[in-house]
Ligand binder design. Sequence first.
Ligand code: S3P
Length: 440
Amino acid sequence: MPAPVTFTIEPGGCLRGAIGVPGDKSISHRAVIFGAIAEGDTEVHGFLEAADTLATAAAFRAMGVDIDGPRDGSLRVRGVGLRGLRAPDADLDLGNSGTAMRLLPGVLAAQAFDARLRGDASLNARPMGRIITPLTSMGARIEASAGMTPPLAIRGRGAPLTAIEYRMPVASAQVKSCLLLAGLYADGVTRIHEPAPSRDHTERMLSAFGHGVQRADDAIGIEGGTELRATKVEVPGDISSAAFFLVGASIAPGSDLRIEAVGMNPTRVGVIEVLRAMGARIDVLDERSVGGEPIADVRVRAADLHGVTIPRALVPLAIDEFPALFVAAACAEGETILEGAGELRVKESDRIAAMAAGLAALGVDAEPREDGMRIRGGALGGGRVASHGDHRIAMSLAMAGLRASAPVIVDDCANVATSFPGFAALARSAGLAIDVGVGR
Ligand code: S3P
């Protein structure tokens, strides 16, 4: 158990200057996974050195993949090809990482050896039926705990998987990516229908590794059987990490912050669209592209925000940013309504309940709903709030301190290290009066 970590934020201050945020978590996981099963050496730059992505690297090392680094964000993965992985000697511990727990079974279901995947208490409570059901119809043999949660035991099979056509009941990039990975090992074309677009980093990375996907209407198809070719991956800054700063600078008068080299993939920019609809002053500058992903510098200045009804189509495109957006809504004039976001209840914590409780503790009128939230903006007081061990709740509530009338103390923040190890130091350098207490 890591020592407990508490954030204390003194009220006031604003965010100014120029910062860079760590590498994108989704892309970093995928760079290791694809690098490991490709033929040849994959070089990764800008890799996120955080607990989640390091767990993925450790899992592939345990399956015989040589990985040098990461050092200063650079990593070299010596790919073993689709069939070169070795049986791990022990359970693969994926820590807090839902992405690792949902993507790895796509690869493991087709191997000739058995593997067992487990996680921390939060991950061991997350639903895995959404990958187990379609993988099973491809021929995978997976045993889960009661309630279809991890640990997962994946039994080896000597034969290829069977290609399927599958309609996903929820828009989930993790489920889609799991099935695309399994599709690499299937006979024929695996076709996946998404109810709404979700992040497409897997599709982009498959092309970068020389294995294009077929797209038609709402379906993505992948043909199994051919090897991937190693490549160089440049990981952009994580827009999900930038989101805390986009919100912080929007709500704190006097802020003017530039965030450099942020990933601007159209399937990830929902947070910017929602904030702009609320009246935020966000400029996207110097748009360019690295390694098949668009990036830009983003300038954000303080603004008078107003409440909005968030369009349902934006929900999958901003799914990880709602904790931060709820803080923006708490500082906006009028009411913000979110619906169609029941997925938030099964993230690293129940993010609807956790944010409603955190904001209520600061005096905000926040009403949790089954699949969303209603928030009426107003004055924020200080108080002690719980992150529920969820990195994004911790960082969002920390930013609320910018507008609170008294100190905000956020408990249980050790898990910030799963996605954003340098968060407090970076936020302090930009102007947040944050103090980190360890072991109290
Ligand atoms: C992710 C997809 C999203 C997101 C998660 C990362 C990914 O999950 O919440 O943090 O890397 O594919 P869902 O696909 O379950 O929505």
